[in-house]
Design a protein around this ligand. Structure first.
Ligand code: MG
Length: 157
């Protein structure tokens, strides 16, 4: 077994859609970024690359490359999954924490997990999504940003 850890943070801004785990979440603000800024999927991709010893998301999908402008991060996750498979690993499980003050994600967490499992072609029960507030403290707590922390466990094929 190999463990991988991923982290990401994006700033919130008006006029952007909020996409988390590939799911459109109704919100007055969305995340800023070169791609769709899906902070959860970016942290998952980094955790996958980390577990496989492949480096990080910026090496594979640089934010200076025009072809990734406004791209759905689900496409990046699919590409990352193929690289993991090509390196002879399978995904045992994924556990994630999204840190945000609002909106509440309770209605969306299952859909995110199902969506992520679908992209990765693994059973839904292998993906667990949690959401936390930062109690009004720091940038995430003040509603200026959303962060995600992810741990994955890969097995060798
Ligand atoms: Mg990112």
């Amino acid at each position: 077994m190999r463990i991988g850890f991923g982290y990401d943070l994006h700033k919130l801004a008006k006029g952007r859609k909020l996409i988390l785990g590939g799911v459109l979440v109704p919100s007055e603000k969305g995340l800023l970024g070169h791609s769709d800024a899906d902070v959860l999927l970016h942290a998952i991709i980094d955790a996958l690359f980390g577990a496989a010893g492949l480096g990080d998301i910026g090496e594979f999908f640089p934010d200076t490359d025009k072809k990734y402008k406004d791209i759905s991060s689900s496409i990046l996750l699919d590409k990352a999954a193929k690289l993991i498979k090509g390196a002879k690993y399978y995904i045992n499980n994924i556990d994630a924490v999204i840190v945000l003050e609002k909106p509440k994600l309770s209605k969306f967490k299952k859909k995110m997990a199902g969506n992520i499992a679908g992209v990765l072609n693994i059973p839904k029960g292998k993906v667990n999504i949690k959401a936390k507030t930062n109690e009004g403290l720091d940038a995430t707590g003040k509603g200026m940003a959303i962060a995600a922390y992810v741990v994955v466990c890969l097995g060798e094929v």
